[in-house]
Design a protein around this ligand. Structure first.
Ligand code: NAD
Ligand code: ZN
Ligand code: ZN
Length: 361
């Protein structure tokens, strides 16, 4: 029997989000229903609300979540009712051209639930990133559930489901940050700070945080930044070069995703260095660069989808490192809120007041 629960939808472009009754079908073959315990508010949810991702309104927002599996459909063997899981948006297929070549973190055919959650009048909802988790219970593909140590707090665990994993992975998986590297991170929100924490974990010797908000720079220091630059007051390219012997950083991570921050990243890296774009641009943005500089500066210009993570490989390890006191995931939770406070959380995110607001249920 389908269940009726409360959840947060974005009804239309730039309209305020609101709490509605959501109909959650019983899990079909390969699906699971998860009782959501916590779900972080990510900038990508705001992109959805603003129509920056696509026009498939109404969206069921929320996608950085952890909870307990309530029921599973036929043919589900990897998770069972009662399991504590982080939801992921990379349930790999095992069969596409990326998976077949042994690179499942690029999987081009990830699994989501086949059935749709709806409003009570039958309107189908588009779940954000194929999850939709600002809701008491959600329907996902069983492969979207990654089991982790249940002794971690759900509010902390859920963050690994998107932004924090994207940031840590941008540094460690995509940027290959290693011992002794110099790293600069542009944009110190949840994603950028996670890139800083990931770089610290990987042994980077110099970690330069760049933001336009001094409060964000202060927090970045607590995540492991060794230097900070306010790019409203100081030219970040010159400052990063100065801090790296005049050369630029080995790896520069753009966790904002705008043409101007990308250009800063491009010129703030050393010759043969790496740029990692993890911030998500909007469709109208354009980048212009001298092609000779693209060639002449060498190195690698990479994008990081979800931190090139493999949830089954990365989530349990990062939770264990957190429980051992080696990864301060708890510092990302600025506040816990209720379902009806998501709209306010977007405003606080826009004002830069929070790293992460986390809905707890
Ligand atoms: N690639 C992925 O898989 C992935 C996953 C999650 C989120 N994201 C994206 O990452 C980006 C950051 O997300 P977030 O949740 O950390 O957002 P956020 O709003 O919490 O943080 C953004 C930060 O960037 C700073 N900033 C804004 N403009 C800047 C500028 N011009 N120069 C320097 N700093 C600037 C802000 O002050 C803020 O601290 C978003 O675009 C989001 O959609 C990508
Ligand atoms: Zn695949
Ligand atoms: Zn996200």
């Amino acid at each position: 029997m389908a269940q009726e629960v409360r959840g947060v939808i974005a009804p239309g472009k730039n309209e305020p989000v609101r709490v509605e009754t959501i109909v959650v079908p019983d899990p079909g073959p390969g699906e699971a229903v998860v009782r959501v315990q916590a779900c972080g508010v990510c900038h990508t949810d705001l992109h959805y609300k603003q129509g920056g991702i696509n026009d498939e309104f109404p969206f069921l927002l929320g996608h950085e979540a952890a909870g307990v599996v309530e029921s599973v459909g036929e043919n589900v063997t990897d998770v069972a009712p009662g399991d504590f899981v982080i939801l992921n948006w990379r349930a790999v297929c095992g069969k596409c051209r990326a998976c077949e070549r042994g690179r499942p973190w690029y999987c081009f055919d990830t699994h989501n639930a086949r059935q749709r959650m709806t409003l009570t009048d039958g309107t189908e909802l588009s779940p954000a990133l194929g999850i939709g988790a600002f809701v008491e219970k959600t329907l996902v593909a069983a492969g979207q559930c990654t089991k982790v140590d249940p002794s971690v707090s759900p509010a902390v665990a859920g963050l690994l489901g998107c932004g924090v994993m994207a940031g840590i992975g941008a540094a460690i998986n995509t940027g290959n940050v290693g011992r002794g590297d110099s790293v600069a991170v542009i944009g110190c929100g949840g994603v950028g700070d996670a890139a800083i924490a990931g770089s610290y974990l990987a042994g980077a010797a110099k970690i330069i945080a760049v933001d336009i908000d001094d409060r964000k720079l202060e927090t970045a220091r607590t995540m492991g930044a060794t230097h900070t630059i306010n790019s409203r007051k100081t030219d970040p390219v010159e400052a990063i070069r100065e801090l790296t012997g005049g050369f630029g950083a080995d790896v520069v991570i753009d966790a904002v995703g705008r043409p101007e921050t990308y250009r800063q990243a491009f010129y703030a890296r050393d010759l043969a260095g790496t740029v990692v774009l993890v911030g998500v641009p909007t469709p109208e943005m354009r980048l212009e660069l001298p092609l000779l500089d693209v060639f002449g500066r060498g190195g690698a210009l990479k994008s990081s989808w979800y931190g090139d993570c493999l949830p089954s490989r990365d989530f349990p390890v990062l939770i264990d490192l957190h429980l051992q006191g080696r990864l301060p995931l708890d510092k990302f939770v600025t506040e816990t809120i209720q379902l009806d406070e998501v709209e306010k959380a977007f405003e606080r995110m826009n004002r830069g007041d929070v790293l992460r607001s986390v809905v707890v249920l």
